[in-house]
Design a protein around this ligand. Sequence first.
Ligand code: DLZ
Length: 160
Amino acid sequence: MILEGSLDARGLRITLVVARFNADITERLQRGALEALKAAGAKDEDISIVQVPGSFEIPLAAQVAASTGEVDAVVCLGCLIKGETPHFDYIASAAAHGITAAAAATGVPMAFGILTTNSQEQALARARADKTNKGWEAATAAIEMATMLRTLRAREGLRA
Ligand code: DLZ
């Protein structure tokens, strides 16, 4: 038996957690994510946007949003551009581990839409206004996970 999610976002409540650092890029990721959600049938009133200063702050906001019990998936959006110091590595690692831990702690799927690039040019190439936009991709992953988990939980509930 194969159990998989769908790309139907009707009825799903989704929170975007968006970092303001490198806002010129993260705004494009946000647009891409919103377009993916709308294209999949999500309603405006079911979508929330939480802004945080930088990618480092994303995990805590994602965990608190998910802890309300009123969110089916979280889409984490940020942009880390490598500089001359190891700051990039610390923030990227903290964000990735923090989001993983937040999803595990809450049971709410969290998509990783944080770019980690060597340059602004690379970041722009991943934030185009089409389906290659990483915000679009992250939102799509969130929908698939939320719908898959709904089915999985219903199935497990029948067994219990
Ligand atoms: C400090 C910092 C630096 C140097 N670079 C980035 C970045 O490329 N992308 C990003 O999202 N945030 C960056 N930040 C900010 C941190 O994520 C965080 O907001 C601050 O360290 C305050 O906790």
